[in-house]
Design a protein around this ligand. Structure first.
Ligand code: IMP
Length: 192
């Protein structure tokens, strides 16, 4: 079975952008880098942004563990107030952090940085909760992200400006379980 073989979603995928193996290798590379940068920090607090970053969080946390870096896991869910409000960067917290993060070294784990507005809001929020430091690791970054001043220190892959699904990313809540990141065939959008 190949990369796009044998499952219900096979026929819906036009093209694989990042393969399962590339994700695995990049995750290990990022974990090596971050473990080295945080070697002076006993425990790094990873903050996963649900739902998209859930796969990356799970793999990345284990990769850090293999590098000998202790982590704690926190989860946040946020949603933007629709398209217009998104441009102003206003977001709504659906699930807040469970614990106080004051004095903690936080690494925000993101699936993809597109406009960067979500992240820009989030970084201000985490800083307002008095974290000792905040950095971002994003598996994917789209070209528009370069236009905004969001400091994403650790980036997995720069990808083309196309809508992607898989490895946590959805289209209408589907395709999150794909082990790779890919582009849907145009007819999939026509079906909805
Ligand atoms: P931003 O605020 O525009 O950077 O949006 C970031 C969020 O939008 C990500 O965390 C994703 O949940 C979602 N998103 C952006 N691009 C895509 C995509 O190509 N596929 C699926 N979700 C996306």
């Amino acid at each position: 079975m190949g990369e796009v073989g044998g499952t219900w979603f096979t026929d819906d995928i036009e093209r694989v952008i990042v393969t399962e193996e590339q994700i695995r290798e990049k995750t290990e590379e990022l974990a090596r880098k971050i473990a080295a940068d945080y070697s002076h920090v006993p425990t790094v607090l990873l903050v996963c942004i649900l739902k998209g970053a859930v796969m990356f969080m799970a793999d990345f946390a284990r990769a850090l563990g293999r590098e000998g870096q202790a982590v704690e896991l926190e989860f946040m869910a946020i949603s933007s107030y629709g398209q217009h409000a998104t441009s102003s960067g206003v977001v709504r917290i659906l699930k807040d952090l469970d614990r106080d993060i004051a004095g903690r070294h936080v690494v925000v784990v993101e699936d993809i940085v597109d406009s960067g507005l979500t992240l820009s809001w989030l970084l201000k929020y985490v800083a307002s909760r008095s974290a000792a430091s905040v950095e971002v690791v994003a598996l994917l970054r789209k070209p528009d992200a370069i236009k905004v001043q969001v400091p994403v220190k650790y980036v997995g892959f720069d990808i083309p400006n196309e809508f992607v699904v898989g490895y946590g990313l959805d289209f209408a809540e589907r395709y999150r379980e794909l082990p790779y990141v890919g582009i849907l065939k145009p007819e999939v959008y026509a079906r909805v």
